[in-house]
Design a protein around this ligand. Structure first.
Ligand code: AGV
Ligand code: CA
Length: 312
């Protein structure tokens, strides 16, 4: 039986590649997509999502919904621009107009409706902030019974997160920092959480050898799409900087198709809602239990996603 999945993403390069890869997994039935304007601008991210489903969705009809959620701490504009480039890639613009439908509902209501309409439990994949899930839970607590589990790219228990902003101490991961209250709300729910934190995503930086490998196999349309998309963002070359790109969301997505690529352990954690550490997740015996994804098999991961892309 296929695993039913709902994706909520925030339009970064690895968010859009995550959507592309979910569409290639034989054992996954993607039932809906929500797009939140956190690490992106909304219009190009929604548009690119619909075009990716048109082009790479193997004829399936999957609705895309736009979020009207707002965060507390905005992402840097430079990063938010990436969706404009992906949306403009010729490989996504060969067969216009767009056919994949746009929902009338905002993303959190679309999520509620998708869960309520399903007879089976759904796996939620969130690769941006948790705002739409927090709002959905507040409006419709009954949906918890329909959620198999949540796979979330977010958080870290490392000393250093990836937020470099004024008035913040750098201990948070960005998806948590954008809306710390939403993380707290989801922590207060009973949903089972797989936390794909920086511990494991730090093991999958975008590097030149990966890029060059994709270039060498660009005769496959899907691999060419990976290469074109990851041309937009800076790889790890000499040393890590604030803009160095990792395959954060793609690792999260890959765990849904292939659990054996990563190692998990249960930890208990709290989250800081405000102050200079806002968005920080911290180990605490009084906290809630999550499955921390702390290690990834880098080579097996890259082989898996490249092979998936060849099937597109
Ligand atoms: O913190 C990682 C999250 C992931 O969901 N995003 C990017 C991924 O989509 C924010 C982010 C952190 N550092 C970044 C980010 C960077 N250097 N460029 C773009 N986005
Ligand atoms: Ca993201």
């Amino acid at each position: 039986m296929k695993k039913k999945v709902y994706l909520n993403h925030d339009g970064g390069v690895d968010d859009l590649v995550s959507l592309f890869l979910l569409l290639q997994m034989d054992d996954v039935d993607l039932i809906g997509v929500g797009v939140i304007p956190a690490d992106c601008y909304l219009e190009p991210a929604v548009s690119a999502s619909r075009k990716i489903i048109d082009r790479f969705g193997k004829g399936r009809r999957i609705e895309v919904s736009a979020s009207n959620s707002r965060g507390k701490n905005p992402f840097p504009k430079d990063w938010r621009m990436h969706a404009f480039v992906v949306d403009a890639l010729p490989i996504l613009n060969e067969h216009l107009p767009v056919k994949t439908p746009l929902s009338d509902l905002p993303a959190h209501k679309h999520l509620i409706e998708s869960l309520r309409n399903s007879t089976e439990k759904i796996t939620l994949v969130f690769v941006g902030p948790l705002t739409d899930l927090a709002r959905a839970l507040e409006e419709a607590p009954d949906i918890q019974g329909k959620i198999e589990k949540l796979a979330w790219m977010g958080g870290t228990f490392l000393e250093m997160g990836n937020v470099e902003e004024p008035e913040h101490d750098g201990t948070a991961e960005w998806n948590a920092f954008w809306d710390p209250e939403a993380v707290k709300a989801v922590w207060d729910s009973n949903i089972q959480i797989d936390l794909v934190a920086l511990e494991s995503t730090n093991m999958v930086p975008l590097t030149l050898d990966v890029r060059n490998h994709w270039a060498s196999e660009r005769k496959y349309e899907g691999v060419d799409f990976l290469g074109q998309s990851y041309a937009v963002v800076p790889p790890l070359v000499h040393f890590q900087t604030n803009s160095t790109y990792f395959l954060w969301d793609v690792l999260t997505t890959a765990t849904v198709g292939r659990d054996d690529l990563v190692k998990k352990k249960e930890v208990k954690s709290i989250v800081y809602k405000d102050g200079p550490s806002q968005g920080k997740t911290e180990l605490s015996e009084s906290g809630r239990a999550v499955q921390l994804v702390y290690e990834a098999d880098r080579d097996a991961f890259f082989t898996y996603i490249t092979e998936l892309a060849k099937q597109a």
